[in-house]
Design a binder for this molecule. Structure first.
Ligand SMILES: C[S@@+](CC[C@H](N)C(=O)[O-])C[C@H]1O[C@@H](n2cnc3c(N)ncnc32)[C@H](O)[C@@H]1O
Length: 246
C-alpha cells in the first residue's frame, strides 16, 4: 500500500508511482498570483507564475500525469480562480474532450476586501470533468433557503456557499490558502464513492486527505513542502487518535 503523503514535485512523484486508478483527483495548485503566499510561523509557498504561458507550461504536464492516474470513470476537480480558469478549461477540453465537462462550480466565500474600481471578487472556480460517462456522482444535500422549503434540505447547486476560514478559526492550521474542510468533505462525498481513492497532488496542509479519511475514502497527498506535509501528517494523526478514543 502506498504511503498517504509523498514529498516532492507532483510531476516527479506521479511519474514514479504505479498507476493509482484513483476515483477522484482534486487539485488546488498555486493560482498564478505572482507572489509568495505566507501563512503562520514562516509557512509559505511560492506562487510566482503570473504569466499565462509560463503558468500553463507548468500545469499541462502535471494535469496530464494526474489523468494517467485516474480510473477510466474517475473525475477531476481543478480548483482555480479568475486568473487562469479560462486557460485551464480549454486545456481540460483539449485533454479530455469537451463532453467530459460536467460543471464549473463556484465556491462563494465571504472574506476579502473590496475595490472602488470593480465588483469585489468573492469566488473561486472548481472545474469538474469526468474521464468516462459512468462517473460517480451523489448530489450533496444542503439546507434550502427559499421560504417554501424552509427547514428542509435540497440538492446543492453549482454555487457552493461555504465560508472561508477566518484568521481566528480553530480550524486554521497556519498553512497559507488552506481550504475549509466543509468544502472538501462536500466535494469528496459527491464525487468519490465510499471505499474509493482520492489523490491531491498539491495537498498543502492535507485538507483533502483529512476529508477523505473522515468519510471512509482513501486519500493520497503530494506536496513539495516538508512543512506542509508535517501539518498534514499531524492532522491525520489527530484524526486517528480521535477515532481511537471513541
Ligand atoms: C493552494 S496550496 C494547497 C492548499 C491545500 N488545499 C490546503 O487546504 O492546505 C498549493 C500547494 O501546492 C504546493 N506546490 C506548489 N508547486 C508544487 C509542485 N510542483 N508539486 C507539489 N506541490 C506543489 C505548495 O507547496 C502548496 O502547498
Amino acid at each position: 500500500m502506498d504511503p498517504t503523503f509523498h514529498l516532492g514535485d507532483c510531476l516527479d512523484v506521479l511519474r514514479e508511482l504505479e498507476p493509482l486508478n484513483a476515483d477522484l483527483a482534486y487539485l488546488d495548485p498555486p493560482f498564478g498570483m505572482g507572489r509568495t503566499m505566507e501563512g503562520r510561523d514562516g509557512a509559505s509557498f511560492e506562487d510566482l507564475l503570473d504569466d499565462s504561458d509560463a503558468y500553463m507550461e507548468f500545469m499541462r504536464p502535471r494535469i496530464e500525469v494526474v489523468l494517467h492516474h485516474l480510473h477510466p470513470n474517475g473525475s477531476i476537480l481543478l480548483h482555480c480562480d479568475w486568473r487562469q480558469v479560462h486557460h485551464l478549461r480549454l486545456l481540460l477540453d483539449e485533454l479530455l474532450g469537451s463532453k467530459a465537462f460536467v460543471n464549473q462550480l463556484v465556491w462563494k466565500y465571504g472574506l476579502g476586501g473590496s475595490s472602488p474600481r470593480r465588483f469585489a471578487r468573492k469566488h473561486d472556480d472548481i472545474l469538474f470533468y469526468a474521464k468516462g460517462q459512468e462517473y460517480f456522482f451523489e448530489a450533496p444535500m444542503v439546507p434550502a433557503t427559499s421560504q417554501r422549503l424552509k427547514g428542509k434540505m435540497k440538492k446543492a447547486t453549482d454555487v457552493l456557499d461555504i465560508p472561508s476560514i477566518n484568521n481566528m478559526a480553530h480550524e486554521r492550521n497556519g498553512w497559507p490558502t488552506q481550504k475549509p474542510i466543509a468544502l472538501l468533505e462536500l466535494l469528496v462525498k459527491a464525487c468519490c464513492p465510499e471505499g474509493g481513492m482520492v489523490i491531491d497532488p498539491f495537498c498543502g496542509s492535507g485538507t483533502t486527505v483529512v476529508a477523505a479519511r473522515k468519510n471512509r475514502r482513501r486519500g493520497i497527498g503530494i506536496d513539495q513542502s516538508e512543512q506542509a506535509l508535517k501539518i498534514a501528517g499531524d492532522r491525520i494523526d489527530a484524526l486517528q487518535s480521535l477515532s481511537e478514543s471513541v
